[in-house]
Ligand binder design. Sequence first.
Ligand SMILES: [Zn+2]
Ligand SMILES: [Zn+2]
Length: 78
Amino acid sequence: MRMTGHGLQDEGAAYSSIHCTEGPCKKQVTVKRLTPGGTGGEGHALCECGELSGHLETGNARDRWHKGHKTELAKKPA
Ligand SMILES: [Zn+2]
Ligand SMILES: [Zn+2]
């Protein structure tokens, strides 16, 4: 399922969150990609709309988060 304006950035690559204090996020002061060139490792999924997931361990977990995110959006009128 594709939704306009809600693409998963870089196929679920890990991003840091400025509000997160876990692992690689701790020292980050901006939302940035943690693993250039790959989608593995821990971090946050970033949706095109700007929404960040919670701190997740794997790219697969981020992919699942994004599916859930779109499911939530589909339920409520824009
Ligand atoms: Zn979104
Ligand atoms: Zn984090």
